[in-house]
Design a protein around this ligand. Structure first.
Ligand SMILES: Cc1cc2nc3c(=O)[nH]c(=O)nc-3n(C[C@H](O)[C@H](O)[C@H](O)COP(=O)(O)OP(=O)(O)OC[C@H]3O[C@@H](n4cnc5c(N)ncnc54)[C@H](O)[C@@H]3O)c2cc1C
Length: 425
């Protein structure tokens, strides 16, 4: 509970970050107004269509040393895991340069991993407890996650990241070929080595989970506003409300948790954040005739491959493109190609299945860290966005940090690395 009088807090965006933030803010005794134009758990949000992983080992940023050498290939090879739309290249060139610079040496990666870890480490336990409160405990699975490689040498090529995980306290075990076959008999023999993150898990249906959390929050007094936030109103230097396309919403604090929609609001709150969409895709193959225990990540495709109640989901791909541009469904076809490669016995079935295809926007900063904390214009506005590839994982810790800052409590971990002001330097 907050030591001061309860506040009215507007949370902008009901993706996983806004929902977890609301849950934690409510624990402080505050009244929350949840502003969201879509349905919580709906397809409009990245939180719907991701790879479902909740991963304490998600400590490495995407930009790693040597990436710059691969950029020309990304521009030319339309079938790889990372692509840039030519027509969007001029607009994204500055972001791309900062992205590459952020990962240019291993010291930076070590620092980044240390800064990411507090956001990741308790994710499974936190989601388990939220899911239990919402009556959907069955949506959280803790069966580990397995990175699969063609051979041990491919694993060894990533040894720095695995060592970093180990040094931070993330447990993993090596899976030799015979054990990999036992673990997942349908997996193609092209993958002969695995590394299993023992404590990682999945939210098997993230859309249903978000919908259930929203229901829980409303049952605890949160009020929903089906609207798009457009700005902020101030009176005598203090926040007095959030402007929306359906009229003003009076509040004393506001949290910007609008995913890719956050940059415009952050700017009005005094922070220019280089936030772009790393667009991602998924395919879901119903009745795939293969049930995965642990989720898999093939090293060549860099995607999450998981069993969900709707079928086999492959989610991944990075496409730097305008969020509003039409999806390029060839990227979903690449994912399907991996399904065929990984499970050759089932490939024919995949060809005839009614596959669900989805595209969503990862809200991404160039340094791989989210923006969490007070806005520059006013401490009545807080940022909670920019979680890129790992927002499902990092949402509970983000919510706890934001709630502590609103309450004026000692934060659970140092918020400095996530300040939006780092981009003003
Ligand atoms: C293909 C893919 C795979 C992924 N896999 C994983 C994974 O396995 N594990 C993991 O941890 N993460 C994963 N991610 C990342 C994760 O999904 C995102 O980081 C996370 O969902 C972001 O959550 P969010 O709440 O910030 O944004 P969103 O889920 O996008 O929600 C933002 C919400 O804000 C609303 N909104 C936008 N503008 C406004 C406005 N002006 N006013 C009011 N509301 C607004 C939107 O309608 C939306 O509902 C993946 C992402 C993709 C695309």
């Amino acid at each position: 509970m907050s030591k001061d009088a309860p506040l009215t807090v507007a949370v902008i965006g009901a993706g996983i970050v806004g929902l977890c933030a609301t849950l934690e803010i409510q624990r402080g005794g505050h009244h929350v107004l949840l502003i969201e134009p879509g349905e919580p758990g709906g397809r409009q949000a990245a939180s719907y269509g991701n790879a479902t992983w909740i991963n304490p080992g998600a400590i490495a940023p995407i930009s790693l040393p040597g990436l710059w050498r691969k950029v020309p290939g990304f521009l030319l090879d339309r079938t790889g895991p990372f692509t840039v739309r030519w027509r969007d290249l001029p607009r994204h060139a500055g972001w791309l340069a900062r992205f590459i610079a952020a990962g240019r040496d291993w010291d930076r990666i070590t620092t980044s991993a240390r800064q990411r870890y507090p956001l990741c480490k308790d994710t499974v336990a936190d989601h388990q407890s939220y899911a239990a409160e919402a009556g959907v405990g069955h949506l959280i699975r803790q069966q580990g996650l397995v990175y699969v490689y063609p051979d041990r040498a491919a694993f060894a090529a990533e040894s720095r990241i695995w060592t970093m995980r180990q040094e931070l306290g993330v447990r993993f075990s090596e899976v030799e070929e015979a054990d990999l076959r036992r673990l997942q008999p349908e997996l193609s023999p092209a993958y002969r080595f695995g590394a299993r993150l023992d404590d990682a898990g999945q939210i098997i249906d993230p859309g249903a989970y978000c919908a259930a959390l929203a229901q829980l929050l409303v049952s605890r007094g949160a009020q929903r506003f089906t609207a798009t936030a457009t700005g902020f109103a101030f009176e005598v230097g203090r926040l007095s409300g959030v402007a929306t396309d359906r009229g003003p919403v009076a509040c004393q604090r506001a949290v910007i948790a609008a995913g890719i929609g956050s940059a415009a609001l952050a700017r009005l709150a005094g922070d220019r954040v280089p936030l772009i969409s790393e667009r991602g895709y998924h395919v879901v193959i119903p009745e795939p005739d293969v049930e995965l225990g642990a989720g898999l990540m093939p090293s060549d495709g860099q995607m999450g491959v998981v069993s969900t109640p709707q079928g086999l989901r492959l989610a991944g791909q990075v496409e730097l493109a305008d969020p509003s541009a039409p999806p390029d469904w060839r990227r979903a076809e690449i994912l399907l190609g991996y399904a065929r490669k990984m499970f050759p016995e089932q490939a024919k079935r995949f060809d005839t299945a009614e596959v669900d295809r989805w595209m969503g926007n990862r809200p991404s900063t160039p340094d791989g860290l989210p923006c969490i904390g007070f806005a520059s214009r006013s401490h009545d506005i807080l940022h909670a966005f920019g979680h890129a590839h790992t927002g499902l994982t990092q949402a509970p810790a983000t919510g706890k940090l934001v709630a502590a800052l609103i309450d004026g409590r000692e934060p659970p971990f140092d918020p400095t690395p996530y300040s939006a002001r780092r981009f003003a330097r």
